[in-house]
Design a protein around this ligand. Structure first.
Ligand code: KE4
Length: 431
């Protein structure tokens, strides 16, 4: 495939922006080579500046569950933009989107709109600390919650519970109140609460992890988190920035039937415009300014364009009672197809999937599945990279890392999925 214009534009970008990108996830660090520069997208396809077409399974890292340039979202944006782009004052659209979120997500009685998933998780953590008067936060190895200082941490020396910074610029003091625990490890959760329970303000978890690849939380793990947080008086925060409106209308909370104290949202809730949100029990949310004293603010929060795109997206989803059955069917067709052709090619992979989330893991010899970060980190990253480039050169755009989740949308039709599986079959034989 000729991608000369991509190369030229990207090279220029590297002289203007760090790494030529505005987010490192796009830099192809996990697969090597030059990122593709895109010009436009429609439905399940994206088109690069050299005129190449790709079936898209990145979908802007999750938001585009309706597919790109959905006419309902575009019409809503055209109508909104004609009325002005930002007021910095209350608008009715914020009530509409807030009410749709509250009606959709069982755990949310009140919600605050912000501008990104990171803002949502950062605010939820501050709220948990402010509401409980405690300092410690538990997070899980392999989970990512945005570039929040206190969550940019790695397992420390002391039995992998006391965290240390894993990014320059994060102070030891900031990391000191973060406890790191192995994902899906029930015993480690119980041990951590036995040791630190009275000091823990909150636990933040991706109930379906998507940032080590797609690794669903086990029911026992999530139920233990709910039980231990309730017992210790700390708050359970479901980070559903990725899984929200993707695994079910009410997210993983609905899927598992577990009600956290707070839920963070992003991506789909903005329909591709910058929206994040955090919400939960009304008594907790009323601790946020201006009602309570936990400070949080934002110039463009609840912005008229972002709320218009979010409302149009959620309206489209909620208008189709079969929406998530369709998404699950698309993802299952893809996962089953890829597993079938990998078996035929004698390549050891697993394709865990839930709702519109999936990952093609190139398993190590010792693993038969990916259940946590250790098993994810043993996967064959080099082989994934070869697979990635074979598919890219055949017009299929996967997330550029073994440790990312691929996403499906309602515009991925059967013929497209079957064509992708056939392309994967050829690629798996060649790598
Ligand atoms: P944003 O600040 O990127 O909107 O959201 C941060 C975030 C929070 N929580 C979860 C579970 C997330 O997955 C994310 C962001 N996800 C990444 C994809 N792994 C976004 C891609 C990027 O950083 O460019």
């Amino acid at each position: 495939m000729n991608r000369e214009k991509s190369r030229e534009i990207f090279e220029k970008g590297t002289t203007l922006m760090p790494g030529g990108v505005n987010s490192p996830a796009r830099a192809f660090g996990g697969v090597g080579g030059t990122p593709v520069v895109f010009e436009r997208a429609k439905g399940a396809e994206m088109f690069d500046v050299d005129g190449n077409a790709y079936v898209d399974f990145v979908l802007s890292w999750g938001p585009m569950i309706l597919g790109h340039a959905d006419p309902r979202v575009c019409d809503a944006l055209r109508e909104a933009v004609a009325k002005g782009t930002s007021f910095g004052a209350p608008t009715k659209a914020e009530n509409v989107l807030a009410e749709m979120i509250i009606d959709s997500v069982p755990s949310i009685e009140k919600v605050r709109l912000v501008n990104s998933g990171t803002e949502a998780t950062m605010s939820a953590i501050r709220l948990a600390r402010g509401f409980t008067g405690r300092d410690k936060i538990v997070k899980f190895i392999g989970c990512y919650h945005g570039h929040v200082d206190s969550l940019l941490v790695a397992a420390g020396s002391a039995a992998a519970t006391l965290a240390v910074p894993n990014s320059p610029g994060v102070t030891a003091g900031t990391a000191a109140d973060t406890l790191l625990v192995e994902y899906n490890d029930v015993a480690a959760v119980r041990e951590t609460f036995a040791k630190f329970g009275s000091e823990i303000a909150g636990v933040i978890v991706e109930p379906v992890a998507g940032n080590m690849g797609c690794v669903p939380g086990t029911r026992e793990f999530l139920e233990t988190l709910r039980e231990e947080t309730r017992k210790s008086g700390s708050l359970l925060i479901f980070d559903e920035v990725m899984s929200g409106f993707r695994v079910a209308l009410g997210g993983a909370g609905e899927y598992y039937g577990i009600v956290p104290d707070l839920t963070t949202l992003g991506k789909i809730v903005g329909g591709g415009l910058p929206v994040g949100a955090y919400g939960g029990r009304a008594d907790i949310m009323d601790a946020v300014t201006p009602v309570g004293k936990v400070y949080q603010a934002g110039t463009l929060s609840g912005n008229p364009l972002a709320t218009a795109a979010g409302i149009a997206t959620l309206e489209a989803i909620r208008s189709d009672s079969e929406f998530y059955a369709k998404i699950d069917r698309i993802t299952t067709r893809l996962a089953d197809g890829i597993e079938r052709v990998a078996k035929d090619a004698g390549v050891k992979i697993a394709v865990p999937h839930i709702g519109g989330m999936a990952t093609i893991f190139f398993l190590s010899e010792q693993d038969d599945a990916v259940r946590d970060w250790p098993s994810a980190s043993r996967c064959d990253k080099a082989r994934f990279a070869k697979f990635f480039w074979k598919l890219l050169d055949s017009g299929v755009y996967l997330p550029c890392s073994q440790f990312e989740t691929m996403f499906t949308c309602i515009a991925h039709d059967d013929a497209t999925i079957d064509r992708v599986v056939s392309i994967a079959a050829d690629a798996l034989k060649a790598i």
